[in-house]
Design a protein around this ligand. Structure first.
Ligand SMILES: Cc1cc2nc3c(=O)[nH]c(=O)nc-3n(C[C@H](O)[C@H](O)[C@H](O)COP(=O)(O)OP(=O)(O)OC[C@H]3O[C@@H](n4cnc5c(N)ncnc54)[C@H](O)[C@@H]3O)c2cc1C
Length: 456
């Protein structure tokens, strides 16, 4: 039996970053995937969602340019072709991953992997046969699956994965969950003329984010026609004649929302079904594979990476965790540092976030000084006709070290990286202010918010 250095289970962001890293460090590696290479991010998460939202933005722009004297006629969206185009993008990224893995000498096996001992993985191959692989080290990168509510009529709702595969746009949709994914889907469908309702249990949408940003986006979405119900609990879904009735309870009052499509967007659960973890004795805590910041599990030689570990379920985090797991499996001494993790929300306008929120600073009794700057004062934003939104910076009042940046406005998911780099280098608002920015550009708003710090 061939003994490889590392065996990776799962070909999503965590697994496909781990495997090539093993090869780069001189090891031989096998990766098993039971479904599509690329996992959620490439197949029904980040990339397809980004593509659809880019087109939703285009529709918006085409509708608005009339005011500037550009007549493009009516904007007509062929939804089924849009989904076909999205599928083609997904296919091309899948090929890209396959090429990258092959170029890095990663042996790819198609099937379901299961640990039968700390150094052996049994794979049920796609043809139904079984093969046992032996490895010095194993990386578990098995990802996550969408959560569903256990309410009456839950089978009448679909997941975001299924929603992104619909070939016609719903006329009316109820999205359960006002988190990142719920709001992105609401933005997409609403911009194509669908009547969307979002139901959120917490007092505000994107509840973990800065409260001002959350209120701003809630208002912006409402202005686009999205009905948002916060502090509202879904009680049941009833199906009748192709129309679903969703009963929600808000502050004791019942509301009945009708729609053709009901989507659960209430988050993801770490996934490790049938992986044999219990038999090996791998510790699971609060439904996730427990790892330390070297991505080691409690069993020597077995590592975890990505959503399965439940630590900030983001593709950029999974990628870093995969690399760190691979490096440690190959004898290095690497750790994951979660201090600076930028994240984006592709609503209209977009949201970009890095570092602590004002609420967190209060909870931790951390002294911060806050500076804000509106895009309404940024010439480039005005030229783009996207002058709404603002940048909010939290910095240490004495040293000026940047501790958190929250942006809602044009291209916020790109702009946030200036802040992330500053934070990574333990930079200050003075550093951002002293950096000469080109003109006109959106980044000037970052320079301005830094300058504002000294006057607020
Ligand atoms: C709709 C949506 C949009 C998102 N957008 C963003 C975004 O814009 N930016 C961002 O950073 N993050 C985003 N995320 C989160 C991001 O997609 C995930 O954090 C990331 O994909 C996690 O990667 P992973 O490798 O841990 O898991 P996955 O992508 O789930 O990959 C795990 C893989 O393992 C395979 N597998 C599981 N068990 C076995 C087994 N026993 N044997 C063989 N194979 C197995 C699965 O088939 C799967 O392909 C989004 C998520 C969703 C749902």
């Amino acid at each position: 039996m061939k003994k490889r250095d590392v065996f990776v289970i799962g070909g999503g962001a965590g697994g496909y970053s781990a495997a090539p890293r093993v090869n780069m460090l001189g090891g031989n590696v096998t990766l098993v995937e039971k479904d599509k290479l690329g996992g959620i991010c490439m197949n029904w998460g980040c990339i397809p969602m980004q593509f659809l939202l880019r087109n939703a933005m285009l529709v918006q722009i085409l509708k608005e340019v009339k005011e500037d004297g550009i007549n493009v006629g009516g904007v007509d969206v062929d939804y089924s072709r849009l989904i076909t185009a999205k599928n083609k993008i997904v296919e091309s990224t899948d090929h890209h991953i396959l090429d990258t893995l092959k170029a890095n000498n990663v042996e790819i096996v198609r099937g379901h992997g299961r640990l039968i001992s700390p150094h052996r993985v049994e794979v049920e191959l796609d043809d139904g046969s079984r093969e046992v692989f032996s490895a010095q080290k194993v990386i578990l990168a098995t990802g996550s699956v969408p959560k569903k509510l256990s309410i009456r009529g839950a089978e009448g709702g679909i997941t975001v994965k299924e929603a992104l595969h619909l070939t016609s746009a719903p006329k009316r949709a109820v999205i359960i969950g006002g988190g990142v994914i719920g709001l992105e889907l609401a933005t997409f469908w609403a911009s194509l003329g669908c009547a969307v309702s979002v139901v959120e249990l917490m007092p505000r949408v994107i509840p973990d984010e800065d409260h001002e940003i959350a209120s701003f986006i809630e208002q912006a979405l409402s202005q686009r026609g999205v009905q948002i119900y916060t502090e509202a609990e879904v009680e049941r879904i009833e199906d009748g004649n192709g129309v679903k009735a969703v009963t929600i309870s808000k502050k004791g009052e019942k509301h009945k929302l009708e729609a053709e499509i009901v989507v659960f967007a209430i988050g993801q659960s770490p996934y490790f079904d049938g992986l044999g973890l219990e038999d090996i004795g791998i510790k699971i805590r609060e439904g996730r594979i427990q790892t330390n910041n070297r991505m080691e599990t409690n069993i020597e030689g077995i590592y975890g990476a990505g959503d399965a570990t439940g630590e900030m379920m983001l593709a950029n985090v999974a990628t870093v965790q995969g690399s760190v797991a691979a490096e440690n499996a190959m004898g290095r001494d690497s750790t994951v540092d979660y201090r600076v993790v930028p994240r984006g929300i592709r609503t209209m306008p977009e949201i970009g976030v890095v570092g602590i929120t004002e609420q967190e600073a209060k909870e931790k009794e951390l002294k911060v000084k806050i500076s804000k700057y509106p895009f309404a004062k940024n010439p480039k934003a005005l030229m783009l006709r996207e002058g709404s939104g603002f940048i909010k910076v939290l910095a240490d009042p004495a040293s000026g070290e940047v501790l958190g940046v929250h942006i809602v406005g044009p291209q916020a998911t790109e702009l946030i990286h200036e802040a992330a780099l500053a934070m990574q280098m333990r930079g200050t608002v003075q550093d951002i202010e002293a950096t000469i920015h080109s003109h006109p550009c959106l980044h000037e708003a970052m320079q301005r918010v830094a300058k504002q710090f000294f006057f607020s």
